[in-house]
Write a protein of this length. Structure first.
Length: 67
């Protein structure tokens, strides 16, 4: 029973991550892991800082979009 529960939990976490990517919500945990692995000398942004930066990056640029 424990193995099935663990598999279901892993599936659920992956489904949540996928849904967030589809709707454009950035994945903070992936960012933190990347920063710690690849840029240990740089500070890691807090979640509010990270979210704000990702939204600015997503919506900056010129002009509107039709869809």
């Amino acid at each position: 029973m424990g193995a099935a529960r663990d598999a279901l939990a892993r599936f659920w976490l992956q489904a949540v991550r996928t849904a967030r990517l589809i709707i454009g919500v950035p994945d903070y945990d992936t960012y933190v892991a990347h920063m710690r692995l690849n840029h240990p000398e740089r500070p890691v942004m807090s979640y509010p800082e990270f979210f704000d930066e990702r939204m600015r990056a997503r919506y900056r640029g010129g002009g509107g979009r039709c869809c």
